[in-house]
Design a protein. Sequence first.
Length: 102
Amino acid sequence: MNHFSKVLVELPEDDDEAADATVIIDCDVCGESEVKIRLAHLGSVMRALTQTLDSLQPRKNSITEPFGQAVYGDDEAARARVRAQLDRYFPEWKAKRLREQK
């Protein structure tokens, strides 16, 4: 059975490393669930999830594909705030992104 879900990641308003990001998953089969992740651990969680999905590659039917794109807000200021937070917490990502833009 396919599960169709909407995933929303809410970033905290402050820049405290101990603050939590909230991941809300709203699935048409399972209902709604929520996970809180410390901002300092978002990169580690993403790598672990990516590695887990990669290890399941032979079972293609069980892997979900992203549909649509992330929504950061309706205005440029909201997108700039998200980009600034990501740049602060993931400096290697920022450096790689800047190298690729050259």
